[in-house]
Design a protein around this ligand. Structure first.
Ligand SMILES: Cc1cc2nc3c(=O)[nH]c(=O)nc-3n(C[C@H](O)[C@H](O)[C@H](O)COP(=O)(O)OP(=O)(O)OC[C@H]3O[C@@H](n4cnc5c(N)ncnc54)[C@H](O)[C@@H]3O)c2cc1C
Length: 386
């Protein structure tokens, strides 16, 4: 066998949709199995950093998002009345692409539109079992007894990955000591239409505009204040002590998510002929606003490599080599960030903050990365674009 012919992707989130959207149907048949009856994410927003924009452009999925999203040109920190603003172009000087905030449903819709052109996307298919066959192929079984056999299975089934539990049980997921709450509010609330954060009562609260008439409001809160018996009280106290949250509450803000930040330890890229992508491989701290972009990058890189004239094991080796260092770096940075995001006002100067942010994202700010890791595979680098 010279190349991969059949791939089964488990999970229709950002990673799974990106694998399907990057597939080359002339070389590889891709079947994506999503457990839900529709591809429907949480009703919240997501920040797409310039590396995510780069990957979405390569997938041909950027255009509808550029029109629907809001550009975040700077990150603002409020400290005791002072306003410190860092331009995103200073943080990402090499990619020189915008940062966008979009509704998650718009992002999924843009990827799904590309995915269905290149793959069979099957809904209401919850994978419950994975088995290696004697031929070397891998078979997955769904809750209603359907069986799909493929040269490679991609586990893109999120941080709680059932596939990971079955084939790499030594990998665990743990909490980072930080909880996250997200609300949506009307833009008519008069809240500033900017990406801004402020330290309040032991937490960090912030906001960013979404495309259309809405803003996302968020808070990161130390886990010790979010035990079962204290959670409601902590959220109420936070709203009382933050002018931003009080104002959003007066305008009917709706809570769309509250939960702990989690990470996967150690990262896992492959187990036999199973490849891992997105949160199933490397869930990392949400404080970086990077996990979704990295899930899309995983999918793009893996989707391109799967079309290369290489044996399945060689494809998965190349994939791990392309992704592991980048993600190890981000996980380290994310852990440090999660441990310091404790609601104490920053003391660094504007220049120090800009340099620290630039250093954090520096490995992702590389315009040649995608070309370098997939360019010599025998597949034209531009092949995934329409
Ligand atoms: C609070 C918070 C804020 C964040 N903010 C940002 C941000 O601003 N920017 C950013 O880039 N990232 C952000 N992230 C990270 C980002 O949301 C995730 O990294 C990204 O959504 C992961 O995508 P995924 O496809 O790997 O997993 P998921 O989105 O979890 O998708 C997994 C999919 O698999 C399906 N599935 C699960 N099990 C099965 C099964 N057994 N069979 C079939 N299907 C299955 C699920 O239904 C789901 O559709 C944030 C994360 C959090 C928690």
């Amino acid at each position: 066998m010279t190349g991969v012919r059949e791939v089964c992707v488990v999970g229709g989130g950002l990673a799974g949709l990106a694998v399907a959207a990057a597939a080359d149907p002339a070389r590889v048949r891709v079947t994506l199995l999503e457990r839900r009856p529709e591809v429907r994410p949480l009703g919240a927003g997501i920040i797409l950093q310039p590396n995510a924009i780069h990957a979405l452009d390569a997938l041909g999925a950027l255009e509808p998002l550029a029109a629907a999203g809001a550009e975040l040109s700077e990150l603002v920190q409020y400290r005791d009345g002072d306003r410190v603003a860092i331009a995103q172009r200073e943080v990402w000087p090499r990619l020189a692409l915008p940062t966008l905030a979009v509704h998650r449903h718009a992002l999924h819709a843009a990827l799904l539109a590309r995915a269905v052109e290149r793959a069979d996307v099957l809904l209401s298919q919850a994978v419950v079992d994975v088995a290696c066959e004697q031929s070397g192929r891998v078979a997955v079984t769904t809750a209603d007894g359907c069986r799909y056999s493929a040269d490679v299975v991609v586990a893109a089934d999120g941080v709680d990955s059932a596939v990971r539990r079955a084939v790499a049980p030594e990998v665990t997921d743990g909490e980072l000591g930080l909880w996250w709450a997200r609300w949506i509010v009307d833009a008519g609330s008069g809240l500033p239409r900017e990406w801004a954060t402020a330290a309040v009562a032991g937490a960090v609260v912030g906001t960013f505009p979404l495309g259309g008439d809405e803003l996302q409001v968020f808070a990161t809160i130390p886990a010790e204040a979010m035990t079962d018996d204290r959670r409601a009280e902590t959220l109420d106290a936070l709203v009382r002590s933050s002018a931003l949250l009080r104002r959003a509450a007066e305008h009917g803000m709706r809570l769309v998510h509250v939960g702990p930040a989690r990470e996967v330890r150690p990262h896992v890229w492959r187990a036999g002929r199973v490849a891992f992508a997105g949160d199933a491989a490397h869930a990392t701290s949400p404080t970086l606003s990077a996990g979704g972009g990295l899930a899309i990058e995983d999918g793009l890189v893996l989707g391109r490599l799967l079309a290369a004239p290489l044996a399945p094991d060689a494809v998965l080796e190349r994939y791990e080599a392309a992704r592991a260092r980048r993600l190890a770096w981000i996980a380290r940075v994310g852990r440090v960030q999660a441990s310091t995001a404790r609601g104490t006002p920053g003391t660094r100067s504007r220049e120090e903050m800009a340099a620290a942010l630039r250093g954090m994202y520096e490995p992702l700010d590389d315009p040649c990365y995608l070309e370098r890791v997939t360019g010599d595979t025998g597949v034209a680098a531009g092949a995934v674009r329409a």
